[in-house]
Design a protein around this ligand. Structure first.
Ligand code: NAD
Length: 487
């Protein structure tokens, strides 16, 4: 058993770790053992009010406003260095204990990626510029880019710290202050980040952390008139509710929602690379990835051979103890999520898809924990529910198509539009697909590749607004037009 110090299980408000006003707590389990992992303070509306006031005060404080852009950048850089330096192993272990993902992913992907996001936005602090603009009349006309103000961030549990960093880093880069509410079942690394940010010299109140229930703390944050913008990652259902509530106070809103992303493999593709891409595209992160390539479109002539190749490699993805470095599939994040996956396996069978691999809960070690076997359905039709509804688990649906055109048409027949991929050696087909696919991210001969410099976000019901890259700076600044009369 690995024993590591847990971060404070209290709320971070104005630089102080405090209990919830009404003393409520929320217990979390480790998904791989079902043993109690933490007892978190559960914030209520009073705490949201305190945190928003603290963020507003910090926004207007000398400590934050007097920092030059470069000084802000140095703090962000330092956070990045602490994340993948002094605290890398601790953060990676916490993420694995809390989320259930393999330590291999936490240590080598999530945590280094978080550090890179902070470093990337550290580089932007002194490059967020307005413009001088030629106008009629004797005027000097220019724009200023100012912080939006107090940002309320709400995140999902699948990449707990990474999703937090996608919001916190650009928000602080642009001079905003933040109140973040991480997901109920995976809050520990965000709490640890609160400690790290203070250690890096971020002034108190610039980052406030409220653990607690979505319908209570999250909803109060969205309603609060002192919040200027909500940055949300999560389900469409909650996203819709947030957009409606935010409209009452005309908050700026960005929504990163679900997906059912197509991964198209054509007959002329590099076969082995495409097989690896199809497997990693869905089974990486247990399929709990918003951009997971859950609909695998295979050209008819390679269909059987491709399915066979995937099936022969899936034993490598049978779940095991997430703390072992060799493990490639960990535990599903919660009982509720496991039940959702099992429900959809049942739906797939009822719909007449062929269960080619897996399809059941797995037993690992002591027999406790929310494990599910990697699952492959073949002979799936695009209109089936398992091809249209987000399962958010290790369930891959293979669909047979006759041509690229047919694949593109079916790929776009979805209410989502987060990501898509195409595998081919034909440069014309590749670019034609990139243009035709209605999704925010397209991979050609790759899957699940992300970079902090590239914008990420959805078309259609996958949300709106873009995170990462220069594009995110739009989300965290207001543009002010200044006319100076020269008469
Ligand atoms: P969820 O919508 O249930 O919860 C997300 C967050 O919203 C949590 O912090 C939750 O506490 C909070 N919340 C719940 N009800 C709320 C309310 N009424 N008001 C305010 N906040 C509330 O989603 P989840 O189950 O945590 O995450 C899975 C979903 O997230 C999937 O649909 C997945 O595709 C999506 N996701 C999208 C991206 C992306 O970048 N597009 C990334 C990761 C996950």
């Amino acid at each position: 058993m690995i024993i590591i110090p847990l971060p404070p299980q209290r709320l971070l408000i104005g630089g102080e770790w405090v209990e919830a006003d009404d003393g409520q707590r929320l217990t979390t389990l480790s998904p791989s053992t079902e043993v109690e992992l933490a007892s978190l303070a559960a914030a209520g509306p009073e705490d949201v009010d305190r945190a928003v006031s603290a963020a507003r005060q910090a926004l207007e404080s000398k400590a934050w406003r007097k920092l030059t852009a470069r000084q802000r950048g140095r703090i962000l850089w330092k956070i990045g260095d602490l994340v993948d330096g002094k605290y890398r192993d601790e953060l990676a272990t916490l993420e694995t204990l809390d989320n259930g993902k393999p330590i291999f992913e936490s240590k080598y992907v999530d945590i280094p990626s978080v550090a890179n996001v902070f470093r990337y936005y550290a580089g932007w602090t002194d490059k967020v510029c307005g413009k001088t603009i030629p106008t009629d009349g004797p005027f000097l006309s220019y724009t200023l880019r100012e912080p939006v103000g107090v940002v309320g961030a709400i995140t999902a549990w699948n990449f707990p710290l990474l999703l937090s960093s996608w919001k916190i880093a650009p928000a602080l880069c642009c001079g905003n202050t933040v109140v973040i509410k991480p997901a109920e079942t995976a809050s520990l690394t965000t709490l640890k980040l609160g400690e790290i940010a203070l250690e890096a010299g971020l002034p108190p109140g610039c980052l406030n952390i409220l653990t607690g229930a979505g319908e209570v703390a999250g909803a109060a944050l969205v309603r609060h008139p002192g919040v200027d913008k909500i940055a949300f990652t999560g389900s469409g259902e909650v996203g819709r509710r947030i957009a409606r509530t935010a409209a009452d106070t005309f908050k700026r809103v960005s929504l990163e929602l679900g997906g059912k992303s197509p991964n198209i493999v054509l007959a002329d593709a590099d076969f082995d690379a495409a097989v690896r891409g199809a497997i990693n595209g869905l089974f990486y992160g247990k399929g709990e990835v918003c951009a997971a390539g859950s609909r695998l479109f295979l050209e008819d002539s390679i269909y059987d051979r491709f399915v066979e190749a995937i099936t022969s490699r899936l034993p490598r993805f049978e779940p095991a103890d997430p703390l072992h470095e060799a493990t490639r599939m960990g535990a599903i994040n919660s009982q509720a999520q496991l039940e959702r996956v099992m429900k959809y396996v049942g739906v797939g069978k009822e719909e007449g898809a062929h269960l080619a691999y897996g399809g059941e809960r797995a037993s690992v070690g002591s027999g406790r924990g929310f494990f599910h076997r990697p699952t492959l359905f073949t002979e799936v039709r695009n209109e089936m529910r398992i091809a249209q509804e987000e399962i958010f688990g290790p369930v891959l649906a293979a669909i047979r198509v006759g041509s690229l055109e047919e694949a593109l048409e079916q790929a776009n027949q979805t209410r989502y539009g987060l990501a898509a991929a195409v595998w081919t050696r034909d440069i014309k087909k590749a670019h034609r697909a990139a243009q035709a696919l209605r999704a925010g991210t397209i991979w050609i001969n790759a899957y699940n590749f992300y970079d902090p410099a590239m914008p990420f976000g959805g078309f259609k019901e996958s949300g709106f607004g873009r995170e990462l890259g220069e594009a995110a700076l739009e989300q965290y600044t207001e543009t002010k037009s200044v006319y100076v009369s020269l008469r």
